[in-house]
Design a protein around this ligand. Structure first.
Ligand code: HEM
Length: 341
């Protein structure tokens, strides 16, 4: 597979502008709006309870919270919405790690490591996207024959202005939902657990006042900023704080850096759930603002709503380890010991 000259390995919503972007986004938007996700609340809560019960089974034992727990719950939520059967979850999880962790030795594919570092990473990514394509072509076929109430059925049968959407764009749509739809949430969930271990006063504070949980989630999102950057192309000459930007220039939006802007966030490196407001931009801004932001926030809120009242103690028993990547990443290993009642 090649990208036929495009700098992008997949063509997804984030790479498309104007009317085409609006129509494509509108295809699935209704699934992710607050009213629709409210209908999923019971199902999501039962998945959150299952995760809390699993944590309780490991009471007092050293666990890798990121690898064994945080990665599973959001995966389950988004795979259910997409329509991926449970036996395929591990495959999608592995592909996601290989895609976002293509620069991390723990996840990169050795079989395609050839040439210099950047072409080896490019080869690895192309081969991962090929595997995503193979998987989603078959899911697509299945949903055309046997439609269900899921996002895969919507994408498999999508028509815009009387034309079916092309295969490359459909693949990009599947990949962004399947990969960004869980890895980001699991990274932020790991940061939340790290914060509970690191700042001892947090747990009793949240237990005494559960209405603080949404603010805790926002501060975790600000701290985690699991999407590190996206690129933008200037559509007109402009000036940002005295810096000339010419039409066509590429700009790198660094969300983690913006979320530590000391002009917006006093003591930006302090974890503080009392920020009111907390105008973080972990989900981006503008026309491309994250499609899954309400879902992501709700998933985390429900999980910590279930966990906080039962968690008696959480302690770090080693170093937090981050995935090596400059794009979408967060903690890959978080050794902790928890005690739940
Ligand atoms: C903590 C969780 C998440 C974070 C921090 C996050 C972050 C982001 C960011 C920064 C963008 C780019 C926004 C911009 O360019 O201004 C984005 C776009 C997107 N996200 Fe998320 N995301 C998360 C969860 C999800 C979930 C659960 C889904 C599932 C549907 C999702 C689907 C998307 C899609 C489809 C786009 C592209 C939107 C467009 O270009 O129109 N994300 N996300």
């Amino acid at each position: 597979m090649s990208t036929t000259g495009s700098p992008n390995i997949v063509r997804s919503l984030v790479h498309i502008d104007g009317e085409e972007h609006k129509s494509l986004r509108a295809l699935t938007q209704s699934w992710f709006m607050p009213n629709s996700i409210l209908k999923l609340e019971d199902r999501i809560r039962s998945l959150a309870r299952a995760m809390v019960a699993k944590l309780q089974q490991h009471n007092g034992k050293v666990i890798d919270f990121s690898g064994a727990f945080a990665s599973q719950y959001p995966l389950h939520v988004i795979m259910d919405i997409l329509g991926v059967p449970q036996e395929d979850f591990p495959r999608i999880l592995a592909l996601t790690y290989e895609m976002f962790g293509s620069e991390d030795e723990e996840y990169t594919r050795d079989t395609v490591r050839q040439g210099d570092a950047s072409s080896a990473t490019g080869n690895a990514l192309l081969s991962v996207v090929d595997d995503f394509r193979e998987y989603f072509e078959s899911l697509n076929e299945a949903r055309r024959k046997d439609p269900r109430n899921d996002v895969a059925t919507l994408l498999a049968n999508a028509v815009i202005n009387g034309q079916p959407i092309d295969d490359v764009t459909r693949l990009g749509y599947y990949v962004i939902i399947a990969a960004a739809g869980h890895h980001t949430v699991s990274s932020s969930t790991s940061v939340a657990m790290w914060a509970l271990c690191r700042f001892m006063e947090l747990l009793p504070q949240l237990q005494a006042n559960r209405s603080l949980i949404p603010h805790f989630i926002d501060e975790c999102l600000r701290f985690a900023s699991p999407v590190h950057h996206f690129m933008r192309t200037a559509t007109a000459d402009t000036n940002i704080r005295g810096r000339k930007i010419r039409k066509g220039d590429w700009l790198m939006l660094c969300y983690g850096s913006a979320n530590r802007d000391e002009e917006v966030f006093p003591s930006p490196f302090t974890f503080n759930i009392d920020r009111r407001p907390n105008p973080h931009i972990a989900f981006g801004v503008g026309g491309h603002v994250c499609l899954g932001r309400h879902l992501a926030h709700m998933e985390m809120r429900i999980l910590f709503d279930e966990l906080i009242p039962r968690l008696q103690r959480a302690e770090l028993v080693g170093e937090i380890e981050y995935m090596e990547s400059n794009f979408v990443c967060g903690p890959k290993h978080l050794p902790v010991r928890c005690m739940l009642q």
